[in-house]
Every structure is written in structure tokens, then in C-alpha cells.
Design a protein around this ligand. Structure first.
Ligand code: ZN
Length: 148
């Protein structure tokens, strides 16, 4: 596209992609990001209870991929649902914006700490991020004393 009309969305589309490795989806950078770079903006609808993929926005507010879109084009506008957890992530959410918190190289997986957004996970899971800071089982900040 020659026009630079909707810059933020176009830039996002070109900078990240969904990768499928060993039966797991992940979000991967297709170019480098610097600290504080904007990676993507969450789009979706607010629902009252969490799912495996939703991101918590507030008390009883969970951003979810609209049901219709799940069947159609989950890979495009709603790629954020493929963001994996890490206890030592390279990105974090500021409201609906995912920002780089360190330099991210092209082809590196983009991750955030689920415990920073989720009070209580709908589907707790054992973490394999291999970080020294790994919390073991990811359940949400309710279980971490991570309220700040
Ligand atoms: Zn971990």
C-alpha cells in the first residue's frame, strides 16, 4: 500500500507475525523493537469473565476476541491472543497498548507477564520460561501479592 493513512495499524501488521512451532502458537517480531516501542493495540470486546486468551482490563472486564471473529480471522486483527506468557518478558501492557520493555530482535518471540494483567487465570498453567525469576505455576496476581 503506498498511502500512509492508518499508520499505527499498518505498522503493527508489518512488525509482528504469528508463528506455529511444535503445536504452539506464538507471536514473533518481524523487525527489531527498541525499549518503549509500541508493538500492538488490543482490539476486541469487553466481557465479564476471563477465558484462556482474554486480557484483563479491570474488575470484571476482560478483553476478548469477538466470537464471530474467532471463527473467521483470528490471525489478523486479534493476533494478541497468541501472546505467550514469560516471567521475564520483553513487553508489557499499558492499558490496551503493548510496549517493548527491552530491545527485541527480529524473529524473537514477544511475551508479557500474565501476572501483570490477570487477577486470577481462567486456566492456570505450569510455566516453562526457564527464567531465574520463574514463578512456577501462573495463576494471576491474586496468588502473587503483585498488586502495585
Ligand atoms: Zn516462568
Amino acid at each position: 500500500m503506498p498511502e500512509m493513512t492508518n499508520h499505527s495499524i499498518d505498522a503493527t501488521t508489518e512488525c509482528i507475525e504469528v508463528d506455529h512451532v511444535d503445536g504452539h502458537y506464538r507471536l514473533v517480531a518481524t523487525k527489531g523493537f527498541d525499549v518503549e516501542d509500541h508493538i500492538l493495540t488490543l482490539e476486541g470486546e469487553i466481557v465479564g469473565s476471563p477465558s484462556r486468551f482474554s486480557v484483563q482490563m479491570g474488575l470484571n472486564q476482560h478483553l476478548e476476541v469477538p466470537a464471530l471473529a474467532q471463527a473467521e480471522q483470528p490471525m489478523d486483527r486479534y493476533r494478541w491472543r497468541f501472546l505467550n506468557h514469560s516471567c521475564e518478558p520483553n513487553a508489557k501492557f499499558e492499558n490496551r497498548n503493548l510496549m517493548a520493555i527491552r530491545k527485541i530482535n527480529a524473529s524473537e518471540q514477544i511475551t508479557f507477564d500474565y501476572n501483570t494483567t490477570e487477577y486470577e487465570l481462567a486456566s492456570p498453567f505450569e510455566c516453562h520460561c526457564e527464567s531465574d525469576k520463574c514463578c512456577g505455576v501462573v495463576r494471576g496476581y491474586r496468588w502473587q501479592g503483585k498488586l502495585d
